[in-house]
Design a protein around this ligand. Structure first.
Ligand code: IMP
Ligand code: MG
Length: 170
């Protein structure tokens, strides 16, 4: 068992997700929204975010693998694509954490080709000091320092996704 310390507890996390939901409601007043979650890490955040948005909300999912340590031109592999058309829709990509930004920048490029009306990004966590690709992130739960974090969907070798808080491994 790894020694895991709490970085952001559930109460703080839930309060922040509620705020993001209210912000999204304001920004999309009267509009239908499609949340596209990136599997698997985003599922807890996505579920709680969706609960806190009173608009009509559609859900879809993508599963992508990035080739890390490769050239910036490196592509992503799409293991699972979204199921429904997003043409003309207002889409928010929902991510667990943005690290280098490579994964998300490829997903953005890919989804833009599907002609959504708008495309924004919501992430539970961001590590700005690690960024290699510039991305405009519209909704950020928390900015954190360069620590390896787990919980609330985030894993270490597929473990700890079910922790009800964000922790880091010492
Ligand atoms: P990026 O392409 O470097 O931004 O990679 C982002 C992806 O790396 C995230 O969606 C996570 O799956 C994974 N990741 C990055 N940092 C962490 C972390 O601290 N804990 C768990 N997964 C992480
Ligand atoms: Mg991920």
């Amino acid at each position: 068992m790894d020694d895991i310390k709490v970085l952001i507890d559930k109460k703080l996390l839930s309060a922040r997700i509620r705020e993001l939901g209210k912000q999204i409601e304001k920004d999309y007043e009267g509009k239908e929204i499609v949340l596209v979650g990136l599997l698997k890490g985003s599922v807890m955040f996505l579920a709680e975010l969706a609960e806190n948005i009173s608009n009509d909300v559609g859900l879809d999912f993508m599963d992508v693998s990035s080739y890390k340590g490769k050239e910036s031109t490196g592509n992503i592999r799409i293991n699972k694509d979204i199921r429904d058309s997003i043409e003309g829709k207002d889409v928010i990509i929902v991510e667990d954490i943005i690290d280098t930004g490579r994964t998300l920048s490829h997903v953005i490029q890919y989804l833009k080709q599907k002609s959504p009306n708008s495309l924004k990004i919501a992430t539970m966590l961001s590590k700005p000091s690690r960024r290699e690709v510039e991305i405009k992130v519209d909704y950020i739960g928390f900015e954190i320092e360069d620590k390896f974090v787990v919980g609330y969907g985030l894993d270490y070798n597929e473990k700890y996704r079910n922790l009800p808080y964000i922790g880091y491994i010492e």
